[in-house]
Design a protein around this ligand. Structure first.
Ligand code: 13P
Ligand code: SF4
Length: 314
């Protein structure tokens, strides 16, 4: 069949057929396009995607997110085929931490426990003692002895937030996500003036002033849960706007307002890496079983220890 001619409906049907035929599971992050979230078997934040990948019963995992999410799934499931819609869907935060520079940083600070955010390459995870996500970072850091010296990389905003809520003084790598780093504080304050009853939901990858004006700071899953459980009817959402799809689906009667980015062309903030995945690419990936995520075996053997430590402590 010529995929260029397939309508959205035909793509959806073909994806369903291929999924059954190949015993494949489609996992998607909350920042994926609406139509990908719609056909996914599992939708979640980085933590849920890692936890679910570890126990999934399928021959093929099609990970719709960014590269490090596919790598994490492959490291946890070396015997499964892990494919992604687009191998070029990377992450500016993961890219802000070069593995060799990170190794030199660790060597320059002996005696430190190395904690890395899951938004890192497999090579960085191989130099790491414990991986965390924004959903479990506080819990994991709290579980370490109070006097333990900790290096935290690569997100300085998340690291600063964890320092402030745990009273630690972790040594921070100077990295950031270009999406969360460019939210417009003044624009958000203006939105709050126009919508005084709206609560402000902020991802911890955002800068400190945004964390300080938040009613809730948390991972995508934590923000989603807060929106479901809180009495407020309106929320200003300060993270990638893909999450609005699941928020609206879970809370059809509440209003979600995307927060603006500085210099953005639209009124929201989008991760262009996440949006590289399309329904057509999902279909082709399933049909051709490519592009496949391959992780160097030696790196995977080291990285799996730091990821498993996270899963044990979560
Ligand atoms: P979550 O773990 O909160 O889903 O975040 C992933 C991510 O890439 C944030 O930019
Ligand atoms: Fe990476 Fe930022 Fe995109 Fe998340 S939003 S995948 S941290 S670039």
């Amino acid at each position: 069949m010529n995929e260029a001619k397939l309508s959205m409906e035909e793509l959806r049907r073909e994806i369903e057929r291929l999924k059954r035929e190949k015993n494949a599971v489609i996992m998607a992050h909350y920042y994926q396009r609406d139509e990908i979230q719609e056909i996914a078997d599992v939708i979640g934040d980085s933590l849920a995607l890692a936890q679910d990948a570890a126990k999934i019963d399928a021959d093929i995992i099609l990970m719709c997110g960014v590269h490090f999410m596919g790598e994490t799934a492959k490291i946890l499931c070396p015997d499964k085929k892990v494919i992604v819609p687009d191998l070029k869907a990377g992450c500016s935060l993961a890219n802000s931490c070069d593995p060799e520079e990170f190794r030199r940083f660790i060597e320059a600070n002996p005696g430190y426990t190395v904690v890395s955010y899951v938004n890192t390459s497999a090579a960085v995870k191989a130099y790491t003692d414990i991986v965390v996500t924004s959903g479990n970072a506080k819990k994991i850091i709290d579980s370490l002895p109070k006097d333990e010296k900790i290096i935290f990389g690569p997100d300085k905003n998340l690291g600063g937030y964890i320092n402030s809520v745990t009273g630690r003084n972790m040594l921070l790598w100077d990295g950031a996500c270009h999406v969360h780093d460019r939210f417009d504080l003044e624009g958000i304050v203006e939105l709050k003036k126009q919508n005084p009853n709206a609560k402000i939901l902020v991802h911890p990858e955002c800068r400190k002033p945004l964390q300080l004006i938040a009613d809730k700071v948390g991972s995508t899953a934590v923000l989603l849960k807060f929106a479901q459980e809180d009495d407020a009817q309106e929320f200003i959402v300060v993270t990638e706007s893909g999450i609005l799809f699941e928020m609206q689906r879970k809370c059809p009667n509440k209003r979600f307002i995307p927060a603006p980015a500085k210099d953005a062309e639209c009124q929201c903030n989008i991760c262009e890496y996440m949006r590289m995945n399309t329904l057509e690419k999902v279909y082709r990936a399933l049909r051709d079983e490519t592009p496949e995520i391959i992780v160097d075996e030696e790196i995977a053997q080291k990285a799996v220890k730091s990821i498993n430590r996270m899963l044990e402590l979560s």
